[in-house]
Design a protein around this ligand. Structure first.
Ligand code: GLA
Length: 506
């Protein structure tokens, strides 16, 4: 008796759900989320439904996926998009959604399939948000040297600490701090705005800053007034990594805009270019901007440092200088964590030969002072980056630093290693378990020697004077004390995750 009464109920539930699914999802759907800076984050689902199969594309921030799998379920649908990333690996994303009235409620499945934040998409005109066609790339040539960055650039960059929260006030605050806390005198010069400053283009195609940066030219004047320089960020594709307006098709125009604002430095981040160009085509893409920056900088008599950011793909160190690059990222993004910092820093050995005045390997910005490593570990970070002749771009809040962090960032004896004018990157001399000794040739025949202990316990480490090829004076650059050069070797107890850094000269 109970059974027949259940049947209409089951039918009611499944039939209603099935009718939701059988609605045609074909069309272009846009999610528009207001951001605090006056721009919108837009995500597009360009769908074609054929029965319960959906094909099409998903465009989300810097990513553009082709839909490869779809399932229609009683209570909605699932789409899986796929793309080949710059490292040639497949990157996938899965969204689960449901049509409710004329709204598409959709959420990316997070790790382990857990639903992300629900977004609401509405129908958008066909073609809106469509990915632009690929434009042909110029033939390769050598971009003349801009004469900048004879030593690795020093300064600050907003990304590591602020991400999307950077604004005009923060940048002015950093410039004030650098100019007054001793950093400027120690060599920190560039104040660099990373991603999320961008607004939209005006009717003539000129890029504008968003609400967080009401007047870029005024900001540049302010920073210049402090005796410092202003840097900015863009991407060679329509979208930057955070999904803001990129430079695609506007290289010359944007370079001129930057020059008119008084910009001194551009970080040019591959990001969405991954969707149209292969890694092997990067050189031509970067060359286009290298040419544009050189021309704009010459015209305005304010040359612009060109910082390449494509995560070390396609052997960038071999062609970085040819596209006018002053520095090029050699890795993915650093995190404020011992594992991340050491994994990146100690992996730079094989790239030493490519660093030279004007052209540097860039193992990413500093995390010193961001709070997730100990001061001992931050001293290792500063020492290692200096041994690597790496750019020293502080990534913390300079308005609020402990005396310990100030001392690390402003250790002039260590900075002098980084900024050594011979511009030769250091190399690993020996490796024994967790202990690594690195050496760097300095101007005039001196050497920097770093004894790194990556292990969990303090360790006694030593280096023979004769293996350094120079003997005379030695100085401990963290203790700020001379070391007696006697006997066969230098020996020290190096704390766990710590370093002893020496400068040895005749
Ligand atoms: C990439 C870069 C970072 C930063 C962000 C900004 O991840 O590698 O350094 O510029 O983009 O979106």
């Amino acid at each position: 008796m109970r059974f027949p009464r259940l049947i209409p109920l089951i039918c009611l539930v499944t039939c209603l759900a099935a009718s939701a699914w059988s609605a045609d999802l074909t069309g272009n759907w846009a999610v528009r989320q207001d951001q605090h800076d006056g721009t919108e984050r837009r995500t597009y689902f360009d769908l074609k439904q054929d029965g319960d199969r959906i094909t099409g594309h998903i465009r989300a921030t810097q990513f553009y996926y082709a839909i490869k799998e779809s399932t229609g379920e009683a209570d909605g649908f699932t789409l899986t998009g796929s793309m080949i990333d710059v490292d040639k690996k497949e990157r996938k994303v899965t969204y689960r959604g449901k049509l409710i009235g004329d709204e598409l409620h959709i959420a990316a499945a997070g790790r382990g399939g857990a639903p992300g934040t629900d977004m609401v998409a509405h129908r958008a005109p066909a073609g809106e948000g469509a990915y632009p066609a690929r434009v042909d790339l110029p033939a390769l040539h050598k971009v003349p040297d801009n004469g900048l960055a004879k030593t690795p650039p020093m300064g600050w960059n907003s990304w590591n600490k602020f991400h999307g929260r950077v604004d005009d006030a923060a940048v002015r605050g950093m410039a004030d701090a650098i100019a007054s806390n001793g950093m400027k005198d120690a060599g920190y010069l560039y104040v660099n705005i990373d991603d999320t400053w961008e607004g939209y283009r005006d009717a003539a195609g000129n890029i504008q800053s968003n609400k967080k940066f009401p007047d870029m030219k005024a900001l540049a004047d302010y920073v210049h007034g402090k005796g410092l320089k202003l840097g900015i960020y863009s991407s060679p594709r329509p979208d930057t990594c955070a999904g803001y307006e990129g430079t695609y098709g506007h290289e010359t125009q944007d370079a001129k805009t930057y020059a008119a604002w008084g910009i001194d430095y551009l970080k040019y981040d591959w990001c969405a270019a991954r969707n149209l160009y292969a890694a092997e085509e990067m050189q031509a893409v970067y060359q286009k901007m290298g040419d544009a920056l050189l021309a704009a900088g010459r015209a305005s008599k304010r040359p612009i440092v060109f910082s390449l950011c494509q995560y070390g793909n396609d052997d960038v160190w071999k062609w970085g200088p040819d596209v006018g690059g002053n520095l090029w990222r050699t890795t993915g993004d650093i995190r404020d964590a011992w594992d991340s910092m050491t994994k990146i820093g100690f992996a730079q050995n094989d790239l030493a030969q490519w660093a030279k005045p004007g052209h540097w390997n860039d193992p990413d910005m500093l995390e010193i002072g961001n709070g997730m490593m100990s001061d001992t570990e931050y001293r290792t970070h500063m020492s290692l980056w200096s041994m690597l002749a790496a750019p020293l771009l502080a990534g913390n809040d300079l308005r609020d630093m402990t005396p310990g962090i100030k001392e690390i960032l402003m250790n002039r004896e260590v900075i002098a290693i980084d900024q050594d004018k011979a511009g030769k990157q250091g190399k690993r001399m020996s490796l024994a378990g967790d202990q690594e000794i690195w050496m760097r040739d300095l101007d005039g025949g001196a050497k920097a020697v770093a004894l790194f202990n990556r292990g969990g316990d303090a360790a006694k480490m030593s280096v023979k004077w004769k293996d350094l090829g120079v003997k005379g004076k030695a100085r401990d650059l963290w203790a700020h004390a001379n070391v007696k050069v006697e006997g066969e070797e230098f020996a020290a107890t190096v704390p766990s995750h710590g370093v002893v850094l020496l400068r040895v000269s005749k």
